[in-house]
Design a protein around this ligand. Structure first.
Ligand code: 2BA
Length: 112
């Protein structure tokens, strides 16, 4: 059994979750934020049997797109009176960052 942790862009999350649930997978959506861009993204938790991992990754690949973002880096330390307009740096974000980790067990607990 595996736990798939997928960090995806918010714009892709809705369609991806729909496709995963339509294929019979259980998904938990967590709102998250990337440490580099400090922008909201979405982290999905998907517990799956080993044989389901490749089909799940295929669905993730099909629904997550690469997008270009521009980041303004901090300007260098300037002498007083000098002005350095920050030059935006191009960054490619996505498709998805995926961690596949071994899960010992998945239990759904109900009151006995
Ligand atoms: P962020 O940390 O906001 O990163 C957004 C994008 O910025 C990254 O896209 C990457 O292209 C770039 N980037 C990140 N750190 C950088 C750095 N130190 N120098 C230059 N460029 C950098 P992705 O690689 O597609 O990552 C998208 C999001 O996935 C990340 O958002 C973060 O939330 C998550 N992520 C990526 N790699 C991770 C890792 N090793 N561990 C945990 N989360 C990760």
């Amino acid at each position: 059994m595996k736990l798939i942790i997928a960090v995806v862009q918010r714009q892709d999350a809705g369609d991806l979750i729909e496709a995963l649930t339509a294929a019979g997978h259980r998904v938990t959506r967590i709102s998250s934020e990337g440490g580099f861009l400090r922008e909201g993204n979405v982290t999905l938790l998907i517990a799956a049997e080993d044989y389901q991992v490749d089909p799940i990754l295929k669905i993730v690949r099909e629904h997550c797109y690469t997008r270009t973002r521009y980041v303004s880096p901090l300007p260098p330390v300037a002498e007083s009176g000098e002005f350095y307009p920050p030059t935006p740096v191009e960054v490619q974000v996505g498709g998805a960052t995926v961690f596949v980790v071994r899960a010992a067990d998945v239990r759904r607990l109900t009151p006995s």
